[in-house]
Write a protein that binds this ligand. Sequence first.
Ligand SMILES: Nc1ncnc2c1ncn2[C@@H]1O[C@H](COP(=O)(O)OP(=O)(O)O)[C@@H](O)[C@H]1O
Ligand SMILES: [Mg+2]
Length: 248
Amino acid sequence: MAHRWSKKKRPHQEDKQVVERNLIAHKVFDDKTVRVLVHFLDKGAFKSLDYPISSGKESFVFRATKADGTYVAVKIFKYETTAFHKFADYLDGDPRFSMRDTLRSRIQLWTRKEFANLKAATSAGVRVPEPYAFKENVVVMEFLGEEGIAYPLLEQTEMENPREVYDQVLDNFKKTYQNAKLVHADLSPFNILYHEQVVFIDWAQAVMRQHQRAEEFLLRDCHNVAKFFERRGVDVTAGDVLEQVRGK
Ligand SMILES: Nc1ncnc2c1ncn2[C@@H]1O[C@H](COP(=O)(O)OP(=O)(O)O)[C@@H](O)[C@H]1O
Ligand SMILES: [Mg+2]
């Protein structure tokens, strides 16, 4: 029989220390973020961060593995945004203001908003990654993938039947607007994953329907959806999408 030692579970504490040491040594994250990640390790939300699925301007998304071998997605909002650097030039060294703290709390609010919107969308029956937990600038959620590989973006997908996929998008869009009473506000084939089913992701910017700019964002979302499916041969206009989404 083959060796089984590699499958033997290491003590949890040791796992945690290894991850912590690596994160600090490689300076992937600032100390504050490392502390949050260690908190999640402690809680058993995951036992290792595997690799970044994506690295954008505002966030990283990592695949992470739990003790039972299943995966979660970990979205980490970056404190070091461009905006931060711009302000920091004028504020660093001025003891009256702590722009660093202000920006941090804004990013934490943004994180909380992503979590709250994911919760609301889930309850409304919209297909989104199920949110599990959040803290400061980190959200832990359902990993959307097959055999450890994240599902592709709708943008990158070859669709056999674009009309069917359009109907799925519409169904989720409608539930977002009518049941969750939200406007996603960045809905496009770059924020929809596709694998047999569509999944709407990236919810931090979503607003409630009564938001003063909700209407404008809704029109833009309708336009993005229509434009994408038009290019794939579905005969739709932004007006059609809007009518469907609003209509009962
Ligand atoms: N729950 C998830 N499961 C698998 N992949 C994900 C998940 N959430 C995000 N991703 C991947 O990470 C990328 C960035 O995530 P997103 O939430 O859109 O953040 P950003 O603000 O960087 O656009 C997505 O395009 C997708 O490829
Ligand atoms: Mg996105």
